[in-house]
Write a protein that binds this ligand. Structure first.
Ligand code: CP
Length: 298
């Protein structure tokens, strides 16, 4: 799984159903010994640990790999690192890398590769857990209004989610600082001010400001960002009664969202993290089955 746009609506639905079944107690164990490794060249808390838990739940053997203590520091390329671990016996890699489409360098690798996030490109496993959270809540995507708010330009989560949500039948709108958006979004009417958006959406998806991907330091103060583009307590009161709040996290409390709203009744932020394990179980099982590896489902 490299990018969610490679998957059809039916394939996404099948993965969602598998993830939901895992969340409801279904289990699956790999039939033979299979080694997997998580190669994170960028920092992660949620994605790395939830893949680790998902792998163990499926009975996979996780080979630890710490980039900071590896031969990457002696100049070994991504391809040579993956080829080396594949030669040693690893059959599936979860990879996060700052380079967009890093996986194009891995065309000669036979093992399964699951993208744990590439630069500003794609984050398919986050997308699947986000779709799962929305589907559990509303039971459909058709005509749901989803507002994606914040640093859309630098967010691989926004890219993956906007593509997939539209494919599944939802209506996607954007909001945030206007100079962070392409002109096309304004022309197409997809951009709305947060105050116009807030009372319309069923799902409010807030994004972390990706400071590390900004060429230059943000000029606006974080306090001003919160007042203009963040979910304040006043704005939350204007949301539809059943609307939910999502954020891929990590959260900048008091910037994208007021700290008191992080765990409020309509927040699904920690539910998203919980769902991450089940979505990743579905992804791993599917990727390995496509390589001919069998699972036992008691
Ligand atoms: N949402 C997400 O990708 O979080 P991590 O960077 O902690 O994995």
């Amino acid at each position: 799984m490299l990018a969610i746009h490679h998957y059809s609506k039916e394939e996404i639905m099948a993965l969602l159903e598998a993830a939901i079944a895992f969340s409801e107690g279904r289990s699956a164990k790999v039939k033979e010994q299979v080694f997997v490794s998580n190669l994170f060249f960028e920092d992660s808390t949620r994605t790395k640990t939830s893949f680790d838990v998902a792998e163990r739940k499926l009975g996979l053997e996780v080979v630890p790999f710490d980039v900071t203590h590896s031969s990457v520091n002696k100049g070994e390329t991504l391809y040579d690192t993956v080829k080396t671990l594949e030669s040693i016996g690893v059959q599936l890699f979860v990879i996060r890398h700052k380079k967009n489409k890093y996986y194009e360098e891995l065309a000669g690798i036979k093992s399964a590769v699951v993208n744990g996030g590439d630069g500003t490109g794609n984050h398919p496993s986050q997308c699947l857990l986000d779709l799962m959270t929305i589907y559990q809540e509303f039971g459909t995507f058709k005509n749901l209004k989803v507002g994606i708010v914040g640093d859309v330009q630098h967010s691989r989560v926004a890219n993956s989610n906007a593509d997939a949500l539209r494919k599944m039948g939802a209506k996607v709108y954007f909001s945030g600082p206007e100079d962070w958006f392409d002109e096309a979004e304004f022309i197409n009417g997809n951009y709305l001010s947060l105050d116009a958006l807030i009372s319309e959406v069923d799902v409010l998806m807030l994004l972390r400001i990706q400071h590390e991907r900004h060429g230059e330091k943000m000029k606006m103060s974080l306090d001003k960002y919160h007042k203009k583009y963040g979910l304040t307590k006043e704005r939350e009161k204007k949301m539809k009664p059943n609307a939910i709040i999502m954020h891929p996290a990590p959260i900048n409390r008091g910037v994208e969202i007021h700290t008191d709203l992080v765990e409020c009744k309509r927040s699904r932020i920690f539910k998203q993290m919980e769902n991450g394990v089940y979505a990743r179980m579905a992804i791993l099982k599917d990727a390995l089955e496509k390589k001919g590896i069998k699972f036992i489902e008691p």
